[in-house]
Ligand binder design. Structure first.
Ligand SMILES: O=C(O)CCC(=O)C(=O)O
Length: 275
């Protein structure tokens, strides 16, 4: 078992676990020290400029739907390129909280998205309403315990376009209409199943704090209308109760990337809690 680095009050852990179970997400307190946040911020900029401290390239998947400089910048697997980013996203307190909330014995990173939302309110900074499982179902067998820790590196207030969650939507099953790339706010209405209600809850949080959300929880975010970038990491996690689809049809030769091919490589898929 890991040596704890944060003392998690058992009552608080039970309260957060109950919220995660009831609403499909929960918000957790700041865990990343100010000193590490100060080191990570310029390294995120460096990776965006194409400077890789380790000499290894990340996967650069998406820039706001096109090469629009005002669009969201999403760089996948940025932790392979930079040690400070790796240190932040593997901080033991994230693993300890994730285990306390989900009841897992083991928590492992299987993918990372570095998300930088530029200031100025461009609509390309929005992230459409979606369920993560819509994108993950080609990797993980049904029922796998796969979820996300979303870590704020900058102050993420309402004007910075924080994530919003549809509370309770993890009980809707896998629904039609997920679209990460859509800035169409009205699309959320189309996703609501008959008789269900939409309870929109903000995931605004201070730097160094994080949220946990389930893979069926509907979420999205609005543009950043402030004057500073919104910086964050979506850390995709799995537990001992997650099973990769054995014969995944991922065309790696055709330029696709199979995240789960690297589960035995701690430099890509580190275990952050348990063994
Ligand atoms: O950063 C956002 O606003 C959304 C991120 C997201 O979709 C996720 O963490 O699953």
């Amino acid at each position: 078992m890991n040596t704890p680095v944060v003392s998690i009050d058992p009552l608080r852990a039970r309260e957060k676990a109950a919220q995660y179970d009831r609403d499909g997400f929960c918000l957790l307190p700041p865990v990343i020290p100010a000193e590490l946040l100060a080191r990570v911020t310029p390294r995120m900029e460096a990776v965006m400029r194409g400077e890789y401290e380790t000499g290894k390239k990340p996967l650069d998947f998406w820039r706001g739907g096109d090469d629009n400089p005002n669009g969201l910048r999403k760089i996948d697997q940025a932790h392979v390129s930079d040690r400070a980013i790796y240190e932040a996203i593997t901080h033991p307190a994230i693993g300890e909280w994730a285990a306390a909330v989900t009841g897992a014995r083991r928590v492992q990173v299987w993918a990372l998205q570095m998300l930088v939302k530029p200031p100025g309110g461009n609509a390309r900074g929005a992230i459409g309403w979606h369920q993560d499982l819509h994108y993950w179902k080609t990797w993980w067998q049904p029922g796998s315990n796969v979820f996300t820790a979303w870590l704020a590196i900058s102050d993420v207030r309402e004007e910075n376009g924080p994530m919003h969650f549809a509370a309770g939507s993890h009980r809707w099953g896998l629904i039609e209409g997920s679209d990460f790339t859509s800035a169409d706010e009205a699309s959320k209405r189309k996703m609501i199943p008959e008789k269900a209600e939409w309870h929109d809850v903000s995931g605004a949080m201070p730097p160094g704090a994080f949220s946990l959300h389930q893979c069926l929880t509907v979420h999205g975010s609005q543009p950043n209308v402030s004057e500073v970038p919104r910086r964050s990491f979506a850390i995709h996690l799995c537990t001992e109760d997650a099973t990769p689809i054995p014969d995944r049809n991922i065309d790696t030769k055709g330029g696709g990337y199979d995240y789960l091919e690297h589960l035995d490589d701690a430099s890509i898929c580190p275990v952050i809690y348990g063994r």
